[in-house]
Design a protein around this ligand. Sequence first.
Ligand SMILES: NC(=O)c1ccc[n+]([C@@H]2O[C@H](COP(=O)([O-])OP(=O)(O)OC[C@H]3O[C@@H](n4cnc5c(N)ncnc54)[C@H](OP(=O)(O)O)[C@@H]3O)[C@@H](O)[C@H]2O)c1
Length: 252
Amino acid sequence: MGVLMGRVALVTGSSRGIGSAIATEFAAEGAAVAVHGRDEAATAAVRDRIIAAGGRAVMVLGDVTSPEVVDRISTEIGSALGPLDVLVANAGGNPTRPGPLERMSLDEWRAAVDANLTATFVTIAAILPGMKQRGRGSIVTLSSAASRRPTPQSPVAYAAAKAGIEVLTKWLAAEAGPSGVRVNCIAPETIMTERNEQMIPAEVQERLAQTHPLRRLGSPQDVARAAVYLASDQAEWVTGIILDIAGGAVLK
Ligand SMILES: NC(=O)c1ccc[n+]([C@@H]2O[C@H](COP(=O)([O-])OP(=O)(O)OC[C@H]3O[C@@H](n4cnc5c(N)ncnc54)[C@H](OP(=O)(O)O)[C@@H]3O)[C@@H](O)[C@H]2O)c1
């Protein structure tokens, strides 16, 4: 019996990277999982892998910055799997480059805020009312070490958007707790997703690893295991926390 047996979960942005690992780990723990992305082929591949491993999964597609799209996704999941018990608002990413504030265009700023803070707000706004009505639910949001420990190497718009997600998480924990809904946040340091494996040269990976007390970079599974804990009843008295999955690189 897995710790998520009988639960229905949506993991946004699970067509690849961290989200894919979370969806896979949730299914292994017994959850029925809605795998989500915009890239249909990549999303279907994750769904098919979960089913091939004996798990239960469906695919939902679309841009989560659009309230209409998230409403449609929520309805599709309700018909296919039943009401959602768990939401991981993972979709996001960093569309900007590091550099001084005055070199950032308004379009770049808006892109980072939309891709992260707005997407998280829109997703939770569509899913939370059903959870409150049923008197139970667990929501996990995704921040980043970029906002936990701001440095000139992290783009300010991304860091600010992720800091906004942390405040949103705490605010919602207080607001939705009396309705039986827990809301927590995971803040990863550098995680070696497929994308980061390709983008970060090996010597830079090695140098970055040495800045972590645990002397390695993170894996998507490191984040997935934290998400399983926060989503499950093992964390039934935990809400409003920011959990640094950072190999000790963020100490506060
Ligand atoms: N990797 C890291 O080192 C790291 C560190 C700290 C925080 N994080 C955070 O962790 C989360 C996952 O990151 P990752 O590295 O796994 O990213 P990734 O490999 O780039 O994957 C991003 C996922 O989000 C989806 N997505 C992005 N924007 C979307 C939108 N507007 N609508 C629908 N889907 C959208 C993508 O869908 P499609 O590809 O199908 O379009 C994809 O499934 C992000 O919130 C990121 O900021 C990552």
